[in-house]
Design a protein around this ligand. Structure first.
Ligand code: ADP
Ligand code: MG
Length: 451
């Protein structure tokens, strides 16, 4: 039996076309037309693929839904704490605790929005100011931001730096006190504020300087021991109410996802098993609603890119892998230089073992020797074997390598190291680092073939 390969087909076609010049000419013209058609309609095909989402933005963390299943009680409690603002009375300060993805931010923003609307309807001066301390992370920046946000004053702009804290504080209190108003300041991720104690202490004392306006603080923290880290002086001046956000269980996550899927995805676009699976996977990770929503969004994106008619279990699994690999990429990117050098040494040792036909498992000593020679060549100061062992342990904790301690009897103990992340992925990320490009090229440029 003869089989026709694709090479045969191409050769035949080339022979045929070579037999006539006209055909070649025609072919050239039609390719040109084709190119033109392709370039002016290049998004048509992609747009046709967008068949699963009604609006993908509704599955992103920045979206604040109107319905927040399983947070009715927390919403009610926060609303009650802040409600005195509607009578021009000062609400108590609040601290909201809970692990990531338990709905702290979204509940605070949701209640803030309602309060603002209600205040407006009642003709009350209520301001609700949301500050993310991951971005606005010092007392100076916080005060500057408050000043700029509340007083729409383009003439007397408060500089981003340069004033003393005392001058800045005086300026802000003066601005706030120009009228009778309640200002609720949400400090999200408040454990990220530099010199946290001083900052919070200053902010809690702000009311002492005000005659007309009143300020209340809502601190949000992922750290359940947040107040334990604060000193006594801050604790006593803070005088606050506590709210604890418990992790969601798998069933609660299902309700959250169902509500969101209703508005973000077309009906009949997901298999029945998809939401339970996304919820179960996120429930394993301390009931993080962000994880659950990300999984659902990425699953739908994967299905859409494959032009599949529905999101299925298969897409959830692929999405999970994609999210994990994006996370690993971020972790590798942020490693310190010498940890990256250790990673290169591990990849190179693995390659040497393969070429020698021996097991890929390696010891700390081998990795260290290679790391040292690398440093010499690149003229970096090398670190001690002890430090390198620490880096290897850290890479193990991060799940990039796997390091197992084994006893070698009288010779003591050593570590057996294997790579737990695909070489191609590590290479791709390390190559972004200009300092490492050369090293990688010299040592591992033909590594791809070995995976
Ligand atoms: P935290 O601030 O506790 O880390 P977020 O409030 O940012 O958590 O919530 C994470 C994501 O999950 C956000 O996209 C948020 O909209 C969503 N989310 C959390 N809780 C709920 C809920 N009860 N209903 C709907 N969406 C929720
Ligand atoms: Mg948050």
């Amino acid at each position: 039996m003869t089989t026709t390969t694709s090479i045969d087909v191409i050769t035949k076609a080339v022979d045929q076309s070579l037999s006539s010049n006209t055909i070649i000419q025609l072919h050239k013209t039609s390719t040109k037309i084709e190119d033109k058609r392709l370039s002016s309609h290049m998004f048509d095909h992609i747009l046709q693929q967008n068949h699963l989402f009604v609006n993908r933005e509704l599955l992103r963390p920045s979206f604040i839904p109107e319905v927040l299943p399983h947070r009715e009680q927390e919403i009610h409690e926060l609303a009650q704490i802040l409600s005195p603002a509607l009578n021009h009375e000062t609400p108590s300060n609040v601290i909201m605790y809970g692990k990531t993805g338990t709905g702290k931010t979204v509940v605070a923003k949701h209640v803030g929005e309602e309060l603002r609307t209600q205040g407006k309807a009642m003709g009350k001066q209520i301001h609700f100011l949301y500050i993310n301390a991951q971005l606005i992370d010092s007392l100076y920046k916080i005060l500057q931001y408050i000043g700029q946000q509340l007083i729409n004053n383009t003439v007397d702009v408060i500089p981003l730096n340069g004033l003393s804290i005392d001058t800045l504080f005086a300026k802000i209190t003066q601005r706030l006190d120009t009228q009778k108003q309640i200002i609720i300041i949400v400090l999200d991720e408040s454990d990220k504020i530099k010199t946290n104690d001083d900052a919070l202490y200053t902010l809690t004392r702000i009311n002492e300087q005000l005659r007309q306006a009143r300020v209340s603080l809502v601190c949000i923290s992922n750290d359940l021991n947040f107040t334990e880290h604060l000193d006594a002086r801050v604790k006593s001046s803070f005088g606050h109410e506590n709210m604890v956000f418990a992790p969601y269980d798998a069933e609660q996550l299902q309700d959250i996802l169902r509500e969101r899927a209703k508005v973000a995805l077309k009906s009949d676009s997901i298999d029945d098993e998809v939401i339970p699976l996304c919820s179960a996977l996120a429930a394993r990770e301390h009931g993080d609603a962000r994880k659950a929503l990300d999984l659902l969004r990425v699953s739908a994106e994967v299905a859409e890119r494959n032009s599949d008619p529905k999101v299925t279990r298969k897409h959830v699994r692929l999405a999970q892998k994609k999210i994990e690999s994006d996370c690993t990429a971020e972790v590798i990117r942020s490693l310190p230089l010498h940890s990256k050098l250790v990673l290169i040494a591990i990849m190179k040792t693995k390659k040497n073992h393969r070429e020698a036909g021996i097991s890929e498992v390696m010891t700390t000593g081998e990795v260290y020797d290679y790391y040292k020679s690398q440093c010499e060549k690149a003229e970096y100061d090398d670190l001690t074997q002890r430090r390198i062992a620490d880096f290897i342990a850290e890479l193990d904790t991060l799940g990039i390598v796997s390091a197992r301690v084994i006893s070698k009897g009288r010779q003591g103990r050593t570590k057996e190291i294997t790579l737990a992340t695909p070489v191609t992925q590590i290479m791709e990320i390390l190559q972004e680092d200009e300092m490492l490009k050369d090293l990688l090229h010299r040592n591992l440029h033909n590594q791809r073939r070995l995976i």
